[in-house]
Design a protein around this ligand. Sequence first.
Ligand code: ADP
Length: 480
Amino acid sequence: AQVIADNLLPATVRIEAPPTGAKPSSYFAVVNPADQASFAWLREQSAEHAKIAVTQALDGQQKWAARPARERAGILRRWADLLIQNKQVLAELLHLEQGKPMAEAEGEICYGASYIEWFAEEAVRVYGSTIPGPNPAKDIVVVKEPVGVVAAITPWNFPNAMLARKAAAALAAGCAIVAKPAAETPLSALALQQLAIRAGVPAAAFALIVGTDAKGIGEVLTQHPAVAKFTFTGSTKVGRMLAAQCSGTVKRLSLELGGNAPFLVFEDADIEAAIAGVLLAKFRNAGQTCVCANRILVHDSIYDEFAERLAEQVEQLELGPLIHPQAAAKVATLVDNAVAAGATIVRKGSPPSEQKGRAALSSWFGGVVLTGVTAEMAIAREEIFGPVAPVLRFSDERQAIALANDTEFGLASYVYSRDHGRLWRVAKALKFGMVGMNDAAISNAAAPFGGVKQSGYGREGSQYGLDDYLSIKYLSVGGQ
Ligand code: ADP
């Protein structure tokens, strides 16, 4: 296959079939969500592999950190360029294993590359500071050092970009990284790492553990004493548990967990812009992002018109399948329960015609707009992770803010209004790490991505992103 010929995947990945004579349990399959076909086989790696990788990373980190920052920056820069040069093949791989349409897959490769480019630039700007000492014979000097070996666990929804933004930041800071990608989408991660190595990142500074034993591998990554920092993107449920596992060795932590983003549309909003915003914030990646609008809160006076116009637009969307049939079944149950509790389906999209007749074992789920949704319904309380837009009503600004904040999550939020006094007032009152103010495309490498409350802590991207991988050391300089 082309990806192997191009050295984008290690030779241990089998594209046609597992090697003859191999024990079935020693390989796992990668499944195309569009048709449930297994199309690649990978050798299972285990907790033992993770231990070896961490041990090698200890030495790898020292050597990597000893290279001049400008040299590390150059390597990262080459890595970003290689992603762009191989964009087409990387996007095809991503589309195959994750299901997102090709245009979105290409978008993700560029998005991942933009973080690598960003951190290549930041690598040479790890500035310290000096502080006047407590008396004239003393100076206080502050330096920043790489935290050491970083372990990461990443999800399947952005298999390239979620790993790229952790690995690039860690490597820019002078850390080594050992990462476990989601078993659903290991190929994009492997290709990303192969390109890093081709760009000049030492293999001991960037290791991947691919396998289906998430628990066993996760235990090593969260409990090994040589791991100084653990970074995770995934569900709040798993994140909470992994954070507890890290407590035994008091690791630095970054957690990017679930969200329940409110999308507020006031009566004075630019309705066209707000609808375009919902289409982007709700339906990107078929609704499988942690910053997806989860609750569309619309003012009474424009509610019916807004829902109607939104529904018309949803019909035009190109949506990929969800990650697996269980995900589609979970979304269907949320919709069914909401309808049973009084919500109305304004539009139920149908999956692409060629998928019809295979609904029973299908990952396909058409776009849905639901009206009459109330705050108590499970669909408004849980992260949907599917292409369903529940539209809720509010009658004034205070109620809108109270509804928006009524969640244990605090990742993304969105507010649309033409009244700038209101826009700022509401944005300040929203208890979320990120607020899109008349903007639904909030995520980019120059911005600090991250949450508050049970959406986690730590920031990815921006000048703050590197701090997550640096320790502050203070030198008390006396004897003057
Ligand atoms: P999602 O809903 O995105 O699948 P998860 O939190 O289940 O969210 O998965 C995110 C990542 O966490 C994946 O790489 C998955 O393999 C990993 N993971 C899931 N359960 C565990 C676990 N018990 N220990 C370590 N990693 C886990």
